[in-house]
Design a protein around this ligand. Structure first.
Ligand code: NAD
Ligand code: MG
Length: 385
């Protein structure tokens, strides 16, 4: 299978290439992309020998092009090249692992071209869920979730009809601040927020996990991926990150998927589907783990979760506004320009200030995204002043 990896230099990109390298007989890398990290991308080209590499955030550079040609890789520049490498005739599957709204156009193009889409870029579905799902259905694209919770739900559903499902339960670790005294939240640093207890991930999703906006985005993602209304999607805190999610059926049976917290497990599932292939993950040793515990989320500690449910219920471009405001607020927090507790406040105020509109086409979604970025940036500036 010929694979394009969008966001190859990131955390999911690295785990994907690790699994791919274990199965050289099954997978060939067609293209690898990064935003601006030329040296890490060149190193990946040396070991994986793709036909194409893309630097989406860099303009034409002859020197770089020459250096990549030593690996027999053709280097392409600019965001437009992302769409070229997912719609290329030889491309059969796309790992969509760009972080944030920047991933939407290329991920949508892959779905609209009928590719097998391994979906890590949850923000694409949060911003444009109905649009994205319509495009995928129309083109016959197979969507395979990479987010560990959604991959777990997909496995637990195993093709059963939706009418037999009572609820979907997404698990959440609660992040690094689950047990911190509430009045300590204001002073936490980006380094503390990015030190996730169970997963090593990119910085943006690490902060999202600490605010639990990650789970909010995942509720929205689940709503569109599985066509289940928000009132049938629940969240439970599970600090060990061993049970990745559960599906309850109308007969009372609850099916869960378990593994050690290692993204190579869902990645191998999606790459191999419907077969099973080795992932390299350490086998689960329940005797050593000892206890699995669960608790209800504390909404005073994690206001972002309720903000996401509210945006999902409001509909139209409300989730797009939520996602954009979150990206701006998280970037400001990581840059030291906004306290941790300011993230939820900026998102809440942005959603209060702007009216959601119908999300009929990509232009409407991108306009809402831009509008929320402007509003959220102004709020961050006003707070800093
Ligand atoms: P990361 O920050 O480690 O990597 C992001 C990748 O996207 C890099 O290759 C970077 O070059 C590229 N990129 C960044 N900005 C870009 C832009 N403007 N245009 C084009 N490319 C750009 O992120 P990650 O942790 O690997 O997460 C990737 C996606 O997967 C996110 O949507 C995240 O929510 C999702 N996800 C990640 C994990 C995880 O364990 N890391 C788990 C579940 C879901
Ligand atoms: Mg997840």
């Amino acid at each position: 299978m010929n694979l394009t990896v969008l966001g190859a230099t990131g955390s999911i990109g690295a785990s994907t290439l690790d699994v791919v390298a274990r199965h050289p007989d099954r997978y060939q890398v067609l293209a690898l992309t990064a935003h601006a990290a030329a040296e890490p991308l060149l190193a990946l080209c040396r070991s994986h020998r793709p036909r194409y590499a893309v630097l989406s955030g860099v303009g034409e550079d002859r020197d770089l092009r020459r250096r990549f040609s030593e690996t027999r890789t053709e280097l392409l520049f600019g965001a437009g090249a992302l769409e070229e490498v997912v719609t290329h005739d030889a491309c059969q599957a796309v790992m969509a692992a760009i972080v944030g709204a920047a991933g939407l156009p290329a991920t949508l193009a892959a779905a609209a071209a009928g590719r097998r889409v391994l979906l890590a870029n949850k923000e694409a579905l949060v911003m444009a869920g109905p649009l994205f799902m319509r495009a995928a259905h129309a083109a016959g694209a197979k969507l395979l979730p990479i987010d560990s919770e959604h991959n777990a739900v997909f496995q637990c559903l195993s093709g059963n009809p939706l009418r037999s499902v009572r609820r979907i339960v997404l698990t959440a670790s609660g992040g690094p601040f689950r047990a911190l005294p509430l009045d300590g939240l204001d002073g936490v640093t980006p380094e503390q927020a990015c030190a996730h207890p169970n997963w090593v991930m990119g910085r943006k999703i690490s902060v999202d996990s600490a605010t639990m906006m990650n789970k909010g985005l995942e509720v929205i993602e689940a709503r569109w991926l599985f066509d289940v209304p928000p009132e049938r999607i629940e969240v439970v805190i599970h600090p060990q990150s061993i049970v990745h999610s559960l599906v309850e059926y109308v007969d009372g049976s609850v099916i869960a998927q378990l593994s050690n917290p290692d993204m190579r497990v869902p990645i191998a599932h999606a790459l191999g589907f419907p077969e099973r292939i080795a992932s390299g993950a350490t086998p689960l040793d329940l005797g050593a783990i000892g206890q699995l515990s669960f608790e209800r989320p504390d909404h005073a500690r994690f206001p972002c979760l309720q903000l996401a449910y509210a945006a999902l219920r409001a509909g139209g471009t409300a989730p797009t506004l939520l996602n954009a405001a979150n990206e701006v607020a998280v970037a400001a927090f990581l840059a030291g320009r906004l306290p941790f507790t300011g993230i939820a406040r900026v998102i809440d105020e942005t959603l209060n200030d702007l009216a959601a509109a119908p999300a009929g086409d990509l232009a409407a979604v991108l306009a809402a995204d831009a509008q929320a970025r402007r509003a959220a940036s102004a709020l961050v500036m006003a707070r800093a002043a």
